[in-house]
Design a protein around this ligand. Structure first.
Ligand code: SF4
Length: 193
């Protein structure tokens, strides 16, 4: 059986590879147990898309399932305009375009292409301040594309048993801290960073 990892795990993996396992393990529990308010707020921005309420235009695909055999990834896209070949990932608020955001957008783009769609342009949309951030396609940013490929390979081949966490600061701010079997810091840890 072939395993496909979720596109959203790329973001978790960058934060801490172990968090993928806690994400998976607790994903069926009530979200309030382990998502803080800011994260729930961000998820709400996505819910309109996930429930396909955003647009009724025929050329707009919303929240559809996508997958890539080549990269062993699957997930959902936010919005894809099939006429323009324009892929948009909405976020509640964007201050910085983190690598994790880009990797997820690249993954969506590559999945769509493997499924036969033509993607000409990719971008982020920050809904709080109504700002659009165009981003270069994978082939136009070889350095970032290489980073994506390396991160995905590491994620696909990750060995959970041998992983040792490295950052007490991350552990202190990690939403899975209370469940984790090897945190470097208790939840209330605040010092020194
Ligand atoms: S508590 Fe630390 S080691 Fe555990 S998942 Fe979070 S960041 Fe990773």
């Amino acid at each position: 059986m072939e395993l496909y990892l979720k596109i959203t795990y790329l973001n978790d993996f960058i934060f801490c590879p172990l968090s993928i396992y806690y994400h998976q393990l607790y994903s069926d529990l009530a979200e309030r147990l382990y998502y803080d308010d800011a994260q729930l707020n961000g998820k709400a921005a996505h819910s309109a898309i996930d429930e396909q309420r955003y647009s009724t235009h025929k050329n707009i695909l919303q929240g559809i399932d996508v997958f890539s055999e080549e990269y062993k990834l699957c997930g959902k896209i936010d919005l894809f305009d099939t006429e323009k070949g324009l892929l948009t990932e909405r976020k509640k608020h964007i201050e910085t375009i983190y690598d994790g955001y880009v990797f997820q957008l690249y993954a969506q783009c590559l999945c769509l292409r493997e499924m036969g769609y033509k993607v000409n342009k990719i971008r982020f949309y920050s809904s709080d301040d109504n700002k659009v951030y165009d981003y270069p396609l994978p082939e136009d940013n070889p350095e970032m594309f290489e980073k994506f490929i390396n991160t995905n390979e590491q994620m696909q081949n990750f060995n959970v048993d041998s992983y040792e966490p490295k950052s007490p600061e991350k552990c202190a701010h990690c939403i899975y801290n209370d469940f984790c079997d090897r945190p470097l810091a208790p939840k209330a840890y605040n010092g020194g960073f």
